[in-house]
Design a protein around this ligand. Sequence first.
Ligand code: HEC
Length: 310
Amino acid sequence: MNHGPLIFLGIFLALAASWYGTVVAPLLQFGHQQQVTVGAGSTRYPAARSGQAQRGKDVYRANGCFYCHTSQVRQSGVKFDVVLVSAGTNKADLISAALLIKPGITADEARKLIEQAPKPLLQGVTRPKADAAAKALAIPDVKFEIILVPVGGDVERGWGSRVSVAQDYLYEQPLMLGNQRIGPDLTTIGARQRSAASHLLHLYNPQATVKGSTMPPYRFLFEKRKAGPRPSPDALQLPAEYAVEKGFEIVPTEKAHALVAYLLSLDTQMALFEAPMPTAPKQPELGASTNQTSTAASTNTAAANQPAPK
Ligand code: HEC
């Protein structure tokens, strides 16, 4: 019997299925992703990099920085904070609501809590708990906010306020996610360390800025020059113990400047629809309007809550 056509069909289907799974399905999911407008203004995200930062990315790649540094913030889930923004005038109702929300506190403690508004009533609770609190706080005049707070190891380490999503990598070509974390994640380093001078010093000699750092120095990105009568404006300010001999100075090369421009461009601290970030509760004077940002899970005034059936 001739099994040829059957074998051919089997191989064809296996290849077609893997092509669909690895090429077509991701293309349908992410292929049309574009820059989005974020926040109240007209900020476009992600912004295209400057030419210098783009060259810096090549330096980053050429020197294998991604062997030790990842570019991906992980998040294990979200929790909610319920924040009392303004206590309004109906104190008695609010106190009984507070007692309901925080069982175990006394009426006196509840009164004190309310007087401190804006003040978080609950922190790090689940959605049903936050919803129950929102129901209890639906009192005329009382303003409160429910804030969504991403949680997870990377967020707690301070490497970012939210999970990394596909949108963050729209212009990353090539994408250097990294798979080992010998050093910290650098997804938001541009927001964490804004000083170009300290980045340069750290690259020249990591131990000059971080005692006991195990990061290798990148001295070849710098030039040792005879100092003129006046030091060059971009000569490194080395601490005394690492200073070079008198009459010389250390000057970053164009590559070092480009690399630092790239590091400073790494900033994904931007709230997206699919990856909200926690926001500070609005002050009552500014007026808490409803659902303006995608960052607060819901921004409610009691007035907005009124029609809700009891
Ligand atoms: C052998 C591993 C290794 C390599 C390669 C490496 N680093 Fe690091 N890096 C570290 C370690 C460990 C730390 C943490 C200690 C410190 O801050 O110096 C660090 C810290 C950093 C920090 C500070 C991070 C923070 O959260 O403050 C930056 C920025 C950085 N590295 C950039 C780079 C760049 C750019 C390169 C490539 C030119 C590079 N690293 C290559 C290991 C490495």
